[in-house]
Write a protein that binds this ligand. Structure first.
Ligand SMILES: [Cu+2]
Length: 207
């Protein structure tokens, strides 16, 4: 073997590839020191690659999940339009707020024909247990205050008082609602609250 033109030999011993040192006769050095890294020397490179790949995969997953959540939240109906007219009613009279929503928006419209002094409406949200109290303070607040007592902490959200042809919109944070709680909405305009009511719940639904 020493007669070889390059005086180099490739040997496989115990799974490790070694090469005869072509300069210093008779000594053996790991092949990796010359041109092929041994598995021992390649280990850190594989580890770095693995870490980089894992980090990249984690980021891609995070982006994917955030986009998925945003899409699902967007698919959920986080707004509703309630119609009113000269009848003492909200259409629809039941609202389901998806728990995926960050905010929920209620738009109140009035398509009646009677003058505002006779037939105005608002939308006031409160807990069922606070209904009578909120109706009383709203009544007392008067039309100038949209029939809502601003100091009444039992009022969760409310629109303005509107007359025919008008619209009012309100958004509120869904975190103010609790699952399992029964909420009611009512119109606190003179004499309307005993009849003009609806219910609202928070639920785990996407639509
Ligand atoms: Cu009303």
């Amino acid at each position: 073997m020493e007669c070889c033109a390059f005086r180099a030999y490739i040997l496989a011993l115990n799974g490790e590839v070694l090469r005869a040192n072509p300069i210093k006769k008779g000594t053996m050095q790991p092949l990796s020191l010359y041109y092929l890294p041994s598995h021992t020397h390649r280990q850190p490179q594989r580890s770095t690659f693995k870490q980089t790949f894992s980090s990249l995969a984690a980021r891609v997953c995070a982006v994917f999940l955030s986009l998925l959540f945003a899409c699902v939240a967007q698919a959920a109906d986080c707004a509703i339009t309630l119609q009113t007219d000269d009848a003492l009613r909200f259409v629809p009279s039941h609202i389901v707020v998806p728990s995926l929503c960050k905010n929920f928006t209620v738009t109140l419209t009035h398509t009646g024909h009677l003058p505002p002094l006779a037939m105005s409406h608002n939308w006031v949200l409160t807990k069922k247990s606070d209904l009578d109290g909120v109706a009383r303070t709203g009544m007392a607040a008067g039309a100038g205050a949209h029939h809502v007592d601003q100091t009444d902490k039992r009022v969760i959200a409310h629109t303005k008082l509107i007359g025919t042809g008008e619209t009012s919109r309100v958004s509120f944070a869904v975190t103010t609602l609790t699952k399992g709680e029964t909420y009611v909405f009512l119109c606190t305009f003179a004499g309307h609250s005993p009849i003009m009511r609806g219910t609202l719940v928070l639920a785990d639904v996407s639509h």
